[in-house]
Design a protein around this ligand. Structure first.
Ligand SMILES: NC(=O)c1ccc[n+]([C@@H]2O[C@H](COP(=O)([O-])OP(=O)(O)OC[C@H]3O[C@@H](n4cnc5c(N)ncnc54)[C@H](O)[C@@H]3O)[C@@H](O)[C@H]2O)c1
Length: 249
């Protein structure tokens, strides 16, 4: 049985992806920094306990990442896929954006995937495995005041092709850039709420709707499938067509 690691699997896209991976016969190691989310997840995935490993891990800490690799290898004995999904976003005007906030976002969203790739690569290579980096359409376009997040995702795209060229042919590395994915109801209990989406939220998308976590989970399943072994170093935009629209006023 193949083993996938998903970082930030406790909430949002990562949580739904975990369910997809389990349903499709993967064993899943969830590396998550939010311990409340991890506890809730343990409860809701009780029935699949044999297939899951819950690891408390801050991906920006090399000590944590090393330990998480050791735990995952000790438990499952192999690593076939790494999904770098954990990320944070801070939205603030430039004058109020503090250096420690910049560093926190870059450490989680860019250094984290680097550390996870570095320490899983030898095991991924043994399995002819793959890495998927969850980027964002914000790597290409911006709303105001998202400096560190946009920069981190731009960096993650470049890290994707750099890793693909360096780790091939043993490890494939691809990126997925989601657009607007409504994860409001997929948070831990203390934060979950169902956002009321307006008709125009949906209709502005060429695809006619805001995205769902399932849209990204299905693309992850496609990319980790071993038969898609000719795809590496690429970025796949899953945004309902929003980045293809010209929006001059
Ligand atoms: N939701 C969207 O509209 C959207 C759009 C574009 C890209 N993305 C990307 O998709 C991915 C998932 O986003 P989401 O909306 O599901 O987010 P989310 O906030 O719902 O989930 C992210 C998870 O990562 C965890 N996390 C944060 N910092 C961590 C750390 N240092 N170590 C380990 N875990 C950590 C959080 O606790 C959380 O469980 C992210 O990479 C995000 O940038 C999301």
């Amino acid at each position: 049985m193949k083993t996938a690691i998903i970082t930030g699997g406790g909430q949002g896209i990562g949580r739904v992806t975990t369910q997809y991976l389990l349903t499709h016969g993967y064993r899943v190691a969830i590396w998550e920094a939010d311990t409340d989310a991890l506890t809730e997840l343990r409860e809701s995935f009780k029935a699949s306990a044999a297939q899951i490993l819950f690891v408390s891990c801050d991906v920006s800490s090399e000590v944590n990442v090393r330990k998480a690799v050791e735990q995952t290898m000790a438990h499952f004995g192999q690593i076939d896929a790494l999904i770098n999904n954990a990320a944070i976003m801070i939205e603030k005007s430039l004058d109020k954006f503090m250096l420690d906030e910049w560093n926190r976002v870059i450490s989680t969203n860019l250094t984290g995937p680097f550390l996870c790739a570095k320490h899983t690569a030898p095991y991924l290579a043994m399995q002819k495995g793959c890495i998927i980096n969850i980027c964002s359409t914000r790597a290409f376009q911006s709303e105001p005041d998202t400096f560190a997040y946009s920069a981190s995702k731009g960096g993650l795209l470049a890290l994707t092709h750099s890793l693909a060229v360096s780790l091939g042919p043993d490890v494939r590395v691809n990126a997925i850039s989601p657009g607007w994915i409504d994860v409001s109801a997929l948070k831990k209990k203390a934060k979950a709420k169902s956002d009321e989406l307006r008709p125009e939220d949906h209709s502005q998308h060429p695809a006619g709707r805001v995205g769902q976590a399932d849209d990204i989970a299905r693309m992850i399943l496609f990319l980790i499938a071993p038969e898609n072994s000719f795809i590496t170093g690429q970025n796949f935009v899953v945004d309902g067509g929003m980045t293809r629209k010209m929006i001059y006023v």
